[in-house]
Design a protein around this ligand. Structure first.
Ligand code: ZN
Ligand code: ZN
Length: 457
């Protein structure tokens, strides 16, 4: 059985091969004993006090309406210590501790965000192991799907602002890649956890320029939609939308999604069905399929089939035949092809990547947005690629605009991400479960929860 068929945040492994400007700084950070006084910990994510955030520009918050925050300012008190999930020393295995840690004072250009909820992404597991070049080696805090409020800032007008934390915080906006809508490739980018620690802590100190503004309605939905659900738009949902857009999915298209039960996969299925009007054939591990709740899971697929139990690189004939029949069925009897218009891989798997081109129709599109472990290859003959006029694309996580768009779909009830909510002290177990490919949909962590506006906190 393919044992690693899970959705994975599409930036984790891809970041490891890049030239990292912060490598030399991080390599000089001394390893500290996490059992020591927590107030002695360096929680800057390996950059210490050298992080140059003085050029941080609060340029992205034009979306925000004017905020009457005078009452908020009077109620804000930030503690000196907090609870967090920290990796004291990065190694081959997860080394996560839930413990008291200091709240780091903001430097110039930084603010403190009270994290309300955060998602857990498969790449949080990747970042918490290693160490990888340019990533923190010690005192690392993962998490990059957070929502919360600014509670400390040298600029009082920022206090009380609802904000989101995505993997990529800052990009230059000027380079070739930024101007080509490829911010993931920007060499000047700042992100969590490379340049500052992430959201698995109650109070996150972060450059103001690395936040995205959130609409007020995220935290003010009258209980109709929990704010927690919007964390799914920060990374997984944006990645899912980008994959679908990249494939140019159109109304009536038949889309095969591998890894359909995972964080990205199930959102890709919902968006494809309920926003783009496509028909979806899902593929995932048999035990995941068996544990799906029918009413819930049918929101993200029309047909579903278990991934083949194979070790080879060829798609078993019976599996191919089943997929073909499902695609044909969804197309209707008058269709002149039995294959899919689009194949999207949202899974991280050691096997099963090969052969996807056989499921796509001539002229079809195959998109890979799940990053596999290791150095996997997708062998395809040039003869096949050219004569069948196939398109093969890789995509990363999508920008803030994709996050906003997915949030609007959630608000409108067009998609309903499937989440399991845990508490901050349960993050180590949740991460271990993700490592073991256990779980359906998205894991969401209630860190502080809703801001009690009427109370001291
Ligand atoms: Zn992610
Ligand atoms: Zn750039």
């Amino acid at each position: 059985m393919m044992e690693t068929l899970v959705s994975v945040c599409p930036m984790a492994d891809s970041m490891n091969n890049r030239a990292e400007k912060s490598t030399s700084i991080i390599s000089n950070v001394p390893v500290k004993d996490s059992t020591a006084d927590p107030t002695n910990l360096d929680l800057t994510g390996g950059l210490g006090g050298d992080a140059n955030v003085s050029q941080a520009l609060p340029k992205r918050l034009g979306l925000l309406e004017t905020l009457d925050n005078s009452h908020i300012q009077q109620r804000v008190s930030v503690p000196s210590t907090q609870w967090g999930v920290i990796s004291p020393l990065i190694g081959e295995n997860l080394n996560l501790r839930y413990q008291q840690i200091p709240v780091r004072d903001p430097e110039e250009g930084e603010v403190i965000v009270r994290i309300a909820w955060t998602g857990i992404c498969r790449s949080d597991v990747t970042f918490s192991k290693g160490p990888y070049s340019g990533f923190p080696k010690c005192n690392h805090i993962a998490g990059h799907e957070g929502i919360g409020h600014v509670v400390k800032s040298a600029d009082p007008s920022r206090i009380g602002r609802p904000v989101g934390i995505r993997y990529i915080g800052y990009t230059c906006g000027f380079c070739t890649y930024c101007r080509s809508n490829l911010p993931e490739q920007c060499a000047e980018q700042m992100n969590a956890p490379k340049h500052y620690n992430g959201t698995f802590q109650q109070f996150m100190t972060v450059p103001w320029s690395c936040l995205i503004p959130l609409p007020m309605w995220v935290f003010d939905s009258d209980g109709r939609i929990s704010p927690a659900i919007y964390t799914t738009a920060m990374c997984s949902g944006a990645a899912a939308l980008k994959a679908i857009r990249t494939a140019s999915v159109a109304v009536g298209d038949v889309v095969v999604i591998n890894g359909i039960a995972g964080g990205i996969g199930h959102m890709a299925g919902q968006i494809a069905k309920h926003v783009f009007g496509a028909k979806v054939v899902g593929v995932d591990l048999v035990w995941k399929i068996n544990s799906l709740i029918p009413d819930q899971s049918q929101s993200f697929y029309d047909r579903i089939v278990a991934a083949p139990d194979c070790k080879g690189d060829q798609m078993p004939p019976k599996f191919f035949q089943t997929l073909e029949e499902m695609c044909s069925d969804l197309r209707g009897s008058s269709a002149d092809t039995r294959l899919a218009d689009v194949v999207i891989n949202c899974a991280s798997t050691d096997q099963g990547f090969a052969g996807f081109e056989n499921i796509a129709r001539d002229g079809g599109v195959i998109v890979y947005c799940g990053v596999p472990r290791g150095e996997l290859e997708i062998p395809i003959s040039l003869h096949n690629l050219i004569e069948r006029q196939l398109t093969i694309r890789g995509t990363l996580m999508g920008g803030p605009e994709a996050t906003y768009e997915v949030m609007e779909y959630i608000r409108a009830g067009r998609i309903k991400p499937i989440t399991t909510e845990i508490t901050l002290n349960e993050v180590p177990k949740g991460m271990q479960d993700l490592l073991g490919c256990r779980g359906i949909g998205k894991l969401v962590v209630k860190v502080n929860g809703q801001l009690p506006w009427g109370e001291e906190f």
